[in-house]
Design a protein around this ligand. Structure first.
Ligand code: TXA
Ligand code: MG
Length: 347
């Protein structure tokens, strides 16, 4: 399949209605369009068209038991496509956090095809803030089902070049809208009558949610390896994820020890490291995650750092820093420990 790549400036979306109308036409016709959101790039199809949604699974090589998030431009969609059990909490979330990097899971209405929800009786809905995503959904006139636009198992794409790496020839159009602001996928919560559960941490933090909604439970799969037979609430959380080809190992311990360990490890040409800027490690195989004081910067850079090792020859092991779990740190640590398959080395 021929893939058209179109560049759109997110600050001047109104100037690109021709390009976005063409993309919307593809969505309405059952095709696939990769587009930027404020979290990561999504791989979109008409969420009301089961055949179109199944094309997403093929293009990504995604297991068919892993449901998709549907993207809406009008927050009314949280009620239009779902049965609302907890209106009070929903209204607070809508008022304070949408449009933005949060996904809400509620009981689905029957119009949403089983292909989208992988047969579950719930549906994940998100109203993104990125102006390109919003205009594309508006012009399409339908909700857009979109997982992250990476090949299944690879780190999510935060730049158009990442999408091109994974999806060229597999989708009808890729919209290049520059770098994604947050850099990690949306926060996913399940909203029920009896409260809120966090299934996947992201740009809207647990702390921010709790300030507004009271206690938020955290699904065990966020930070811990599940036992044989245990199931996470979000099916996607069970897969090894976000990982480069190399084996990733997180390092814990006193700063000076971690830095010394990384420097020594780099003597081996098959080794890479992900470190803080303040670690002052200068090496072509050292990826700077960001300043140790700035976890938002780390979130923005993480997937690019992980992907970088796949384009370096023969990297077999990557050692990484592991920040604390405060604020967006919970999302960072969640992605990092999954990339590591839970391997943490104490120094
Ligand atoms: O930021 C994001 O959320 C990005 C952008 C493109 O919007 N999308 C994204 O989609 O990360 P994806 O498919 O890569 O991750 C969706 C996660 C998966 O872990 C999936 O299992 C879970 O959401 N999920 C989707 N529908 C669900 C449902 N009904 N119940 C439980 N988990 C669900
Ligand atoms: Mg994904």
């Amino acid at each position: 399949m021929e893939t058209k790549v179109v560049k759109i400036c997110p600050e001047r979306v109104a100037d690109f209605d021709r390009e976005l109308s063409e993309a919307a036409e593809i969505i309405r016709g059952g095709g696939l369009v990769a587009f930027p959101t404020e979290t990561v790039y999504g791989l979109g199809a008409n969420a009301l068209d089961s055949t179109a949604a199944s094309r997403i699974y093929n293009a990504k090589g995604r297991p068919s038991d892993n449901p998709l998030i549907i993207h809406i431009s009008d927050p009314d969609g949280f009620e239009r496509w779902c049965e609302v059990e907890n209106k009070e909490a929903l209204d607070k979330i809508k008022a304070d956090f949408t449009p933005g990097p949060i996904t809400i899971i509620q009981k689905k209405k029957s119009i949403i095809p089983d292909t989208v929800t992988a047969g579950m009786d719930t549906v994940a809905v998100r109203c993104p803030s990125n102006p390109i995503a919003r205009r594309l959904i508006e012009l399409s006139g339908v909700p857009i089902a979109a997982p992250s636009a990476n090949t299944s198992g690879r780190p999510s794409p935060t730049k158009a070049s990442h999408v091109i790496e994974d999806m060229m020839g597999k989708v009808d159009m890729i919209i290049d809208g520059g770098e994604c602001e947050v850099g990690l996928e949306s926060t996913i919560i399940m909203l029920k009558e009896d409260g809120v559960t966090l299934l996947r941490p992201g740009g809207i933090t647990k702390e921010a949610l709790e300030e507004r909604l009271g206690e938020v439970k955290v699904d065990k799969a966020v930070l811990q390896r599940l036992e044989e037979g245990e199931k996470p609430l979000a099916p996607g959380m069970k897969y090894r994820h976000y990982a480069p080809v190399a084996t990733v190992i997180a390092l814990k311990g006193e700063d000076s020890r971690v830095v010394e360990f990384m420097k020594k490890a780099l003597d081996d040409e098959g080794t890479g490291v992900i470190c803080y800027r303040e670690d002052l490690i200068e090496n072509g195989r050292a990826q700077i995650l960001g300043s140790r004081e700035d976890k938002r910067e780390m979130a923005h850079r993480l997937f690019d750092c992980l992907r970088a090792f796949d384009s370096m020859p023969n990297i077999k092991t990557v050692y990484t820093r592991l920040p604390d779990t405060d604020d967006i740190g919970l999302a960072l640590v969640n992605r990092l420990i999954k990339a590591c398959a839970y391997t943490v080395k104490e120094l």
